[in-house]
Ligand binder design. Sequence first.
Ligand code: GLP
Length: 263
Amino acid sequence: MKIVILKDASAVAKYSAAIFIKQIQNKADCVLGFATGSTPVDMYNELINAYKNRQVSFDQVSSFNLDEYLGLSGDHQQSYRFFMNDKLFDHIDIDLAKTTVPPGDSKNPIDACAHFERKIIECGGIDIQLLGLGRNGHIGFNEPSSSLSSRTRIKTLKQQTINDNARFFKDETFQPHLAITMGIGTILEARKIVLLATGKNKAQAIADTIQGPITAQCPASALQLHANTVIVIDELAASKLTNIDFFKHIERENQKLEKSLGL
Ligand code: GLP
């Protein structure tokens, strides 16, 4: 895993947006995996700015989102489909028909999960999957104890996750306790993975992800098995790592090497 420790959330957004921009510039019809939550919003703003400055076009890009609440239709303000349209898709030239968010209002969600998996394969697989990180180490909605080779399926959310996300539902009578999520096995098939985490409340989950054992108790620790993962974090999220200086040293060396190779 490549660990990139940056000063603050704004630097994390700029660094990670640059990875996505480079991907689109290298392959205009690439397949991107998007995530929801507060963490990627600044990165999405960077992508919107890059589009407005004509640095990048999304008109041939396809996308898959990690997860969706079960029981919410795409026009519900707390649905992840609504979030993606609002925070990114409505501000760029992506073809909405090429964007896929698991259907939270499907009449047969089990079939919908199988269909979602097939669709990823039909598109040729995901080039870059973006991930946020739950405080308990979840990725997508793969809660602790999820199989590390799981596929897209319905998951029951932990109370801590429901509480963490309650801020978005404060005026609602219904907050789903179930979700459809891409599986950990599905995520690990992406050709590249970029995980973002910022702030002190992610420090323990980051330490467990990077330095802990590979365990279903910290789903993000499965990324240790992926050959092309970049973890982009700010100083606060890095604060419980024991070898911060070494990670920074490696990154400086990587940058020197990339520069000398013109990458
Ligand atoms: C939700 C999402 C995750 C996200 C997590 C963290 O549970 N399903 O994909 O990573 O929230 O969200 P935040 O970035 O708001 O901390």
